[in-house]
Design a protein around this ligand. Structure first.
Ligand SMILES: Cc1cc2nc3c(=O)[nH]c(=O)nc-3n(C[C@H](O)[C@H](O)[C@H](O)COP(=O)(O)O)c2cc1C
Length: 331
């Protein structure tokens, strides 16, 4: 059975955003093919860090949710993979996949040898992935990477070939150099070069926001699937919209924008620990407010609000003032 369905749609791992409430919300619109958890420190998980059960939680669809791990050494990555397999075996919860973070460029992680820093040494990265593969047999294994440290497409392709050789099931490429910010345009032609050179599926990620963007990724850059991050927070119905448009170009979706936002606050309250509430809600609304005609005011107010009840009041008050924003017709 293929690890990914054709033209797969994946939710990106995003710190403080790719949690159970977001997956639940996306799932309520019709789901995507694979979800990723936010990155979890392998060493922290092995040390029983108190919040890891929320970071590695893969409900409500564990069979299609990959847990993303990061570390600066191979040992903790392999051990954490083995422990996850063991724990999931005991609890009877499927482990939908494991992903190695080879893309994080946050200075404290990159400087310590984690995240994108793995791209400096293909042999080391490949050995580590082979270790995970034997520690977690049968669990789909991916790595999510950037373009690396220099412009060389040849070096990128060689790096990816080494990972393929190590037994990784598919790769996700976010085509920006190791420290490039979002304002720089992603280089999707590099994704195509890797997709052409490899036998395993290559998923593209970065700046896909709508149906034409999804089609361009699949048709012009030859990827096996598309991973979406920020747009899936802005519009948690994006996967459903893309699938709908694929089946019928006239597809339309009517979204209850107020209800979705208020529902998200209640999911955060119900499903995440109290110390996560404000930060996760602020992060979500930072993007979600783009759906509103006067989103900048309410976004600012929510970013400065210190409790969920206050956010509910602010968000509801907005729609009393601008009732026409309650329903959004996506077409
Ligand atoms: C708030 C935020 C947190 C992120 N956290 C992670 C992470 O934990 N692991 C990871 O591999 N990438 C992380 N990323 C990068 C995304 O997975 C993705 O590669 C990037 O946002 C580009 O995709 P997009 O244009 O669809 O958003 C993060 C991005 C954002 C905006």
């Amino acid at each position: 059975m293929p690890t990914l369905p054709a033209r797969a749609l994946l939710l990106a791992p995003m710190v403080e955003l790719s949690h159970r409430p977001l997956r639940q919300l996306i799932s309520s619109f019709g789901s995507c093919d694979r979800y990723y958890t936010e990155m979890t420190s392998a060493a922290g998980y092995l040390a029983h860090s108190p919040f890891d059960r929320w970071f590695t939680d893969s409900e409500p669809e564990p069979a299609r949710t990959a847990v993303q791990l990061y570390a600066s050494e191979p040992g903790p990555m392999i051990e954490a993979a083995a422990r996850l397999v063991q724990e999931r075996g005991l609890s009877g919860t499927p482990l939908g996949g494991l992903d190695a973070n080879f893309g994080c460029s946050a200075p404290q992680i990159e400087k310590a040898g984690g995240g994108v820093s793995w791209m400096k040494d293909a042999a080391r990265a490949a050995t580590m992935l082979a270790g995970i593969k034997s520690a977690a047999p049968g669990v789909p294994l991916s790595a999510k990477l950037r373009l690396g440290y220099d412009e060389s497409r040849e070096a990128l392709v060689d790096f990816c070939l080494a990972l393929q050789e190590a037994g990784v099931d598919y790769l996700v490429i976010h085509p920006r150099l190791w420290n490039a910010k979002f304002r720089r345009i992603g280089r999707w032609d590099s994704v195509r070069a890797v997709a052409e050179a490899l036998d395993i599926p290559v998923v593209g990620n970065g700046d896909v926001r709508d149906y034409p963007g999804y089609r361009t990724a699949i048709d012009e850059y030859g990827v096996a699937g598309v991973m979406i991050g920020r747009e899936a927070v802005r519009r948690p119905w994006i996967f459903s919209l893309l699938r709908g448009k694929e089946a019928d170009p006239a597809f339309e979706l009517s979204v209850q924008v107020e209800d979705v936002g208020l529902g998200m606050i209640e999911s955060i309250r119900a499903l995440l620990p109290r110390s996560f509430h404000v930060s996760r809600a602020r992060r979500f609304f930072f993007y979600y407010c783009d759906n509103l005609s006067f989103g900048h005011h309410i976004r600012y107010a929510i970013q400065n609000c210190d409790d969920l009840d206050g956010m509910v009041r602010l968000f509801s008050a907005y729609f009393s003032e601008v009732p026409s924003d309650r329903v959004l017709l996506e077409r």
